[in-house]
Each structure stands twice: as structure tokens, then as C-alpha cells.
Ligand binder design. Structure first.
Ligand code: NAI
Ligand code: MG
Length: 395
């Protein structure tokens, strides 16, 4: 097979440390690829007024597969203040480049696996029926609709005439908000399209079938959010008929967060809209090690970008020796390998990570429940590079 080309977008902060470590692991595992660096993030906002330069979009357009570290977003006032002087007062507005990337390439399917590594000191434990301690094995994959819903960006404060008038035609709006001064109103919409809702459901069902999950849970709130959540559940029921081996469950987001700690081992694949998917996936990630372990895939019809769910953790970015955990980034790279059909290499890397975690000899500060400080390295914690080295040594 011809060599792959991967677009490497380290971004800001610790993205710049964890992404090169993941590439080292990929190389050690025998994955042959050319990596093309692409610019993204805060420094390009400051210097060029665009955190997602067109040249980066072009590279992804051409090569289709991206590995992404993390970016830094800052409040509007900082964004304005840090912009190069010659670019100020040109009406440039900062927008998160990873959100922009998802929107631009319609990376509408977000998959976030949350799987227990045996022996991880961060694993969730609970008291069992007879006072003993239980450590449930979590193996849940959250499919989050990645482009629509509450994060779709269709929102207003002090809504313009046409929007306000349209809202007033809704009896509940006129009754409950008709008396509120317009400039005291903020409106964020939750829009679901049938096509995108079907796509996320089908992707989740296909995944469940491929990897042998017995259940698929639609986690929304259809009893209250009747239109959008209702549509997702109704479509889920329709599509479930095509997958007779997979049980369709539905839960409400609030109850799901409670069941998260009561019986997380019961859940296989979970599907949700953008915001609820964001919430549930962080919840499940917390059961299996947190941000140092949370990986994700953003997949569209043509382009796919793989990234850890953590951000750029700026406070750790300038450490002389990086202390952050590269496993989330490495697992994200494994999702990339699965996506392009290199499942054998992906499995090999995951098996090795599981061994390193279980042996417990090499642990980054988060795995030792320490507070992140440069001194953790003297207190027995592994550096980012040492963790990657431990994985590479076993490969
Ligand atoms: P964050 O995920 O960067 O960091 C939160 C905390 O989690 C860190 O202080 C650290 O204690 C821990 N942490 C994160 N990654 C870790 C790792 N690999 N190993 C060990 N510990 C780790 O989130 P925060 O502090 O809310 O945001 C920082 C910046 O990142 C902001 O500018 C934010 O906008 C951006 N961000 C970017 C994301 C992305 O690029 N997809 C996602 C989330 C935040
Ligand atoms: Mg989140």
C-alpha cells in the first residue's frame, strides 16, 4: 500500500507536546506515513487574524486525514488585545478553529470511546452490595452529533425584528417572554436536521454492529424537548429495526448522569445531540481516567480529524520537561488508524498502553493523583516523553 499522508496540527500549548509523542509511537508501531505540519491556533490569530488559515484547510481538503493536538481560546477582550496592531479595527472576530474545522468539513460524527484500562489508579470504584469495593469495567462509546443543536451557533442577544416577530408567533414565547424587554432577551437555538440525526444514529448502529455491542442508548430528553430529542428517538426506533441484534434503549440526560456512577458497565454505544453528547462523554471519561485518557474522532463524509478531548492546558505548556499525559493523544491516533483500516497497528498500540497502565511502573502525574507541578518529576511521576518511551519500548 502506498504511504499515507497525515496532516499534523499540533496547535497550542500541550498540543505541541503530545502530538509529536503520538507520532513517535505511530512510527515505532510500524505505521508508515508522511506528516505534513499545518498551522492552527492562537499564534495565527495574533499574527494573521485567522486561527484557521486557508492553507491548513487546503491541506486537509487534499489529504483528508488530520491529527490535531489542542488550541487555546481566550475571551473576546484578550483576542482583540493580542491581535497584531496592523490588524486591529478591521472587524476581525476570533472563532475557535477546531469548531470552525468541524463546521467547514461537516465533521458531523464525533465518537468518544471511554474504556477502562485494568489497573489504572484513576478508575471509578463504588461500594458493592456486601460493602466490598467494586471496580466496574466501563466500555462505552459515545456518538455525539458534532455540528448542530445548541452548539450550532444560531443565537442572538436582543434578537432582530424578524427573529423576534417569528418567536412571538409561538404561543409559549408570547405568553412567557412577550413582556420581557427585547434587549433583555438572549436566544440560543437547538436545531436538529433529519439528515444529520440519521447520520449520527447510523454511524453509531454500524459501530455497535462492527464491534459487537449489545445495546445502543439514545440519550436525550424527548419528554420535554419534544421536537429535537423527539426526532432523534423516533429515528432511532426506525433505524433499530435494521439492527435486530442490538437492543435500543433510551435514557434522559439527567437520569443518565445519575446512572453514570450506579451502573456504567451496562452501557455500550450511546448516541446524543451535540451538547448532551459533550456532557455524557466527559462524564464517562471521568470514570476511566479523565482527560489524560479521553480520545475522540471527528468524522465527516470526506475528511476526518482525530484529537484528544482535552485542551491546550496553558499552565503546563512552558514546563521545561512536559508532565502531561500523552495517552489521550496516542489513543486518538489509534482511532485514526482504525478509520483508515490499520486496525492491526491500532490494536497493537492499545494492547501495549494497557500493559503499561496495568504494570503501573510508568505513570504521569495525573495517574498518581498529584497536582501538576514541575516537581512531580522528582516525586516519581513520568514525563510526557517517558510515558511515550514506555509504550515504544514495548512495541
Ligand atoms: P484543558 O483540557 O486544557 O485543561 C484542564 C486541566 O486538565 C489541566 O489544567 C490539567 O490539569 C488537565 N489536563 C488536560 N490535559 C491533560 C493531559 N493530557 N494530561 C494530564 N492532565 C491534563 O482545559 P481548560 O483549562 O479548560 O482550557 C485551556 C485552554 O484549552 C482554553 O484556551 C480552552 O479554550 C482550550 N480548549 C481547547 C480544546 C480543544 O482544542 N479541542 C478543548 C478544551 C479546551
Ligand atoms: Mg467537552
Amino acid at each position: 500500500m502506498s504511504k499515507r499522508t497525515i496532516i499534523s496540527m499540533p496547535g497550542d500549548g500541550i498540543g505541541k507536546t503530545v502530538l509529536p509523542e503520538a507520532i513517535r509511537v505511530l512510527e515505532a508501531a510500524g505505521f508508515e506515513a508522511d506528516y505534513i505540519h499545518a498551522d492552527i491556533g492562537w499564534e495565527f490569530w495574533c499574527a494573521e487574524g485567522d486561527p484557521l488559515p486557508q492553507r491548513t484547510i487546503d491541506l486537509l481538503e487534499e489529504h483528508k486525514i488530520g491529527l490535531f493536538g489542542a488550541i487555546t481560546s481566550k475571551p473576546k477582550s484578550d483576542a482583540d488585545a493580542e491581535l497584531a496592531p496592523e490588524l486591529r479595527d478591521k472587524g476581525l472576530v476570533y472563532y475557535s478553529p477546531i469548531v470552525a474545522l468541524r463546521q467547514h468539513f461537516n465533521l458531523d460524527i464525533c465518537a468518544r470511546p471511554c474504556q477502562t484500562f485494568k489497573g489504572n489508579s484513576l478508575n471509578f470504584i463504588r461500594r458493592g452490595a456486601h460493602d466490598g469495593v467494586e471496580e466496574p469495567e466501563v466500555d462505552t462509546v459515545i456518538f455525539r452529533q458534532n455540528t448542530e443543536g445548541l452548539y450550532g451557533g444560531v443565537e442572538w442577544s436582543n434578537p432582530p425584528d424578524q427573529v423576534y416577530e417569528a418567536l412571538m408567533t409561538h404561543p409559549k414565547f408570547s405568553k412567557n417572554f412577550g413582556d420581557v424587554p427585547r434587549d433583555e432577551l438572549s436566544v440560543s437555538t437547538r436545531i436538529f436536521s433529519r439528515q444529520a440525526t440519521e447520520r449520527i444514529l447510523r454511524a453509531a448502529f454500524e459501530y455497535a454492529r462492527q464491534f459487537g455491542y449489545k445495546s445502543l442508548t439514545v440519550c436525550e430528553k424527548p419528554n420535554v424537548i419534544r421536537e429535537t430529542s423527539g426526532m432523534m428517538l423516533a429515528l432511532g426506533k426506525e433505524i433499530a429495526a435494521e439492527y435486530p441484534g442490538i437492543a435500543l434503549w433510551d435514557t434522559n440526560i439527567d437520569a443518565q448522569m445519575m446512572w453514570l456512577t450506579k451502573n456504567p458497565e451496562d452501557y455500550g454505544v450511546i448516541v446524543a445531540g451535540n451538547m448532551f453528547g459533550d456532557i455524557i462523554s466527559d462524564g464517562f471519561a471521568g470514570l476511566v481516567g479523565g482527560l489524560g485518557f479521553a480520545c475522540s474522532a471527528n468524522v465527516g463524509e470526506e475528511v476526518a480529524v482525530f484529537e484528544p478531548t482535552h485542551g491546550s492546558a496553558p499552565k503546563y505548556a512552558d514546563y521545561e520537561t512536559s508532565i502531561v499525559n500523552p495517552i489521550a493523544m496516542i489513543l486518538s491516533a489509534c482511532m485514526m488508524l482504525d478509520h483508515i483500516g490499520e486496525t492491526e497497528i491500532a490494536t497493537k498500540i492499545r494492547v501495549v498502553i494497557a500493559e503499561v497502565v496495568e504494570e503501573g511502573q510508568v505513570r504521569t502525574y495525573d495517574m498518581m493523583k498529584m497536582r501538576g507541578k514541575p516537581e512531580v518529576l522528582q516525586q516519581g511521576a513520568a514525563s510526557t516523553t517517558q510515558m511515550a518511551d514506555a509504550v515504544i519500548a514495548k512495541l
